[in-house]
Design a protein around this ligand. Sequence first.
Ligand code: ATP
Ligand code: MG
Length: 307
Amino acid sequence: ESADVQIILQRAQADNSWHIGRLDERDGYFCCAALTVDGKLGLIELYSADQRLGSPATGDLLSTLAVQISIALDNATLYDRLARRRAELETLLQRLINAQEEERRVVAYDIHDGLIQMLVSARLQLRNFTLDRGKADQRAEVALQKGLNQLAESIVEARRVIEGLRPAALDDLGLVATIRHFSAEMCAQSNCKLEFISNLNGLRLPMTVETTAFRIMQEAITNVRKYAHTDKLYVALHRGENNLQLVVQDWGQGFVQAAVAKGRGVGLFGMRERAKLLGGDCKIESTVGQGTRVTAWLPIKDKASYE
Ligand SMILES: Nc1ncnc2c1ncn2[C@@H]1O[C@H](COP(=O)(O)OP(=O)(O)OP(=O)(O)O)[C@@H](O)[C@H]1O
Ligand SMILES: [Mg+2]
């Protein structure tokens, strides 16, 4: 290309039009037309010995083609962008639906593990009241008081669930004291020895970790009370390097996990799901005649937020 051609090409691009010309060195012609794609200027260049290339009619034709090519390319770019945006939207929508589903599941677990267990417990106390009523000692009176208190707690808990908040005791007493209290209550009711270990020393953990830890232990301990028939309960909360480890173990009758009927209870399933929701894990080991151990690990990501 001679310098002249370069200049004409630049001009065509600058004024967004077509230009024709003769090539100096060889006996030839050229025709160029500007085109825009996605806001950017480009050129179509044709070179030939055919002198028709040097006529204004070719310039007109090429420029018309350039416009159509521009439109076609722009459309292709737009379609491409639209398709990508639609895919992005679909991903977002899917995530939203998943988040809603998860939220619903969490509320279902809250009702199951919190409210229902409290009501079950209150009912037991009231049944004890009817059994011990009329006896000389204070046992009936104590059971009635406990039952009434648990009903009052249930009402508070129901409000909490509705507000999507966590159990009241966690805010008032903290995780360790709440779980110790819960374990001690269970042992007092079923006459078993409690071994409780914690290295948290009153340390507060992120709210989601505390709530999840409490719910998992609550379900595990409630299962011990309902099924294990154990004379010993071991409950441990251990803060590791970057996770919280929970253990609830009994030396009761144990069970065969494969034999647990599908759809029977949501407790075991819920413990695993809760741990997984936080990116942790929950392991349930049980041997018939020897007992059951539930171990959960909950990651604690942001140390700075609680230390
Ligand atoms: N610590 C345990 N000792 C003995 N058996 C247990 C223990 N934990 C669970 N099981 C057995 O596993 C079954 C499933 O437990 P899961 O918690 O999933 O359901 P559930 O307690 O029966 O019902 P839900 O928890 O929904 O009220 C129980 O029915 C029980 O047979
Ligand atoms: Mg259960």
